[in-house]
Design a protein around this ligand. Structure first.
Ligand SMILES: C[S@@+](CC[C@H](N)C(=O)[O-])C[C@H]1O[C@@H](n2cnc3c(N)ncnc32)[C@H](O)[C@@H]1O
Length: 256
């Protein structure tokens, strides 16, 4: 996913990936419960990693994508104690136990129950005793799932327009989704169109990824199976309850 030169890595930071104030504050609170090293699993370009990194705290920034990590590396300065770990979330190890692992918008890239279980086992092994894994998944919303399965949904829908930094060009991002109900996998294809200041199309690029939607009870069972206890669940980053119209944010404690 996101190999060399993938448009997602190039456009990520200034388009759809920005973290909201609530997101940043939520993850900061989880991380600041401890003073030792922490992990940012599937850190991407380091949007969250860089919020926590300073000279006093070591952060392990783990991701499998060389292009996303290349962007993160370009933003690192010597005083930031960030150790980049290029690895898959379902097979990574860390050189020392960490008390917190956070992961924003990534667990759903585990496409099978086996991968999900392997990832949770890796997180369990990487955590110190009583360590916490804070991450989010999408709660499958039946109406949304039904709507993307219809023939009329087979067209690109605009997701946003963003000024490209240091240029007069505009980036228009559109998206189309396709669902495999049996495997609970959604394929999302993004179209990136670069327009000049006269709105003329200069370039069109595509990228796609797969994500697996997971029913809440599935993930709760998986967490139990892999040795975690639920500490908290929320539907929003300002800690409102979850339901079928929200995502599901989970804080799972290593039960040792
Ligand atoms: C939507 S981005 C989220 C990035 C970051 N957490 C953030 O909040 O901006 C998903 C990230 O997961 C990474 N990823 C996807 N599958 C992965 C896997 N199996 N192992 C490790 N990283 C993976 C991608 O490379 C990408 O950087």
């Amino acid at each position: 996913m996101y190999d060399e030169n993938d448009p997602v890595a190039r456009y990520y930071d200034f388009s759809f990936a920005k973290a909201s104030k609530h997101e940043t504050e939520y993850f900061k609170t989880v991380v600041n419960e401890v003073s030792g090293p922490v992990g940012d699993l599937c850190c991407g370009t380091g949007i969250l990693t860089l919020e926590f990194s300073d000279s006093s705290r070591k952060i392990y920034a783990i991701d499998s994508s060389s292009s996303m990590l290349q962007v993160l590396r370009s933003k690192l300065t010597p005083e930031k104690k960030v150790e980049v770990v290029q690895n898959n979330m379902n097979s990574f190890t860390l050189p020392e136990p960490v008390e917190r692992i956070i992961s924003r918008d990534a667990f759903f890239h585990n496409l099978t129950p086996d991968d999900q279980r392997s990832t949770l086992k890796c997180v369990y092994s990487a955590l110190a005793e009583d360590g916490v894994f804070a991450f989010n998944i999408h709660v499958p919303n039946p109406k949304f799932l039904a709507s993307i399965g219809t023939e009329s949904a087979r067209k690109f829908v605009e997701r946003g327009r963003y000024g490209i930094p240091n240029s007069e060009d505009l980036l228009v991002i559109s998206q189309i989704s396709e669902v495999d109900y049996y495997h609970q996998v959604i394929t999302t294809t993004l179209k990136f169109e670069t327009l000049d200041r006269f709105d003329h199309l200069k370039k069109t690029e595509f990228s796609s990824w797969k994500s697996r939607y997971t029913f809440p009870q599935e993930i709760f069972y998986l967490l139990e199976l892999t040795g975690f206890k639920l500490r908290n669940t929320f539907g929003t980053y300002d800690r409102k309850p979850w339901n079928e119209n929200t995502m599901l944010i989970i804080e799972a404690r290593k039960d040792s």
